[in-house]
Design a binder for this molecule. Sequence first.
Ligand code: RP5
Length: 165
Amino acid sequence: MSVAIVMGSASDTSVMDGAVEALREFSVPVEVRVLSAHRTPDDALDFARGAVDRGIKVVIAGAGGAAHLAGVLAAATPVPVIGVPIAVGELGGIDSLLAMVQMPKGVPVATVAVNGARNAGLLAVRILALADPALAKALTEQREAMVAQVRASDAEVRARYESAG
Ligand code: RP5
């Protein structure tokens, strides 16, 4: 059981590391690849067509600009694809966001926020957790830790403003 993290260029790694880190926090095996819908279309399609046989359960695809990678992969595999639009160039990510999120009917890509690679990793964990009770328990613990952290921030901020008068 593994998650594939695919990106259009090695220049995307600084963003996509967020997905790698999230998955590693839950000890989910990851395979990381650079595959481009435009520069290496044959490799991207070969990868997508072989994903099921290699035991990949979720694909996370990040790309910037005219970001067709996630959609092309989703067209060639039944494995769920999560798209991460990456902010590059003059348009600040709106280009990659629209390219990923505006998929035609029949070929879904679950698109997260621009540069939202950590949430893509966490969404992949949630998908895997549907069939993995240990992972579901770890997710619950992580969410409880987040609740505790926000409540601690709330207490700290309230105290700071109360004492300021
Ligand atoms: C996209 O073009 C890649 O996903 C990357 O975000 C962007 C720029 O790629 P490089 O020119 O840095 O290789 O295909």
